[in-house]
Design a protein around this ligand. Structure first.
Ligand SMILES: [Zn+2]
Length: 76
């Protein structure tokens, strides 16, 4: 059992109270156990996407390097 502050009249009251005994402000059941939904983060998809992006980037870099090398080679 904890004490909370009424957001309306700023008086301290029990979190078990359904409403503020002073001003009647309805208190939300903060003490109610939260049903924490598991946040499923699909890391595999992100990693796959990242890897794909990385692979595409690598391919582009390799192609650019080859083109530059060929240009230098032809230039000589
Ligand atoms: Zn109050």
């Amino acid at each position: 059992m904890a004490l909370i502050q009424c957001p309306e009249c700023r008086k301290t009251l029990s979190d078990q109270a359904e409403k503020c005994p002073d001003c009647g402000y309805p208190i939300k059941p903060l003490s109610k156990p939260k049903n924490e939904e598991p946040i499923i983060v699909n890391n595999n998809a992100k990693e796959g996407c990242f890897l794909q992006t990385l692979n595409v980037g690598c391919v582009i870099v390799v192609i650019v390097v080859i083109v530059i090398a060929l240009a230098l080679f032809v230039g000589c």
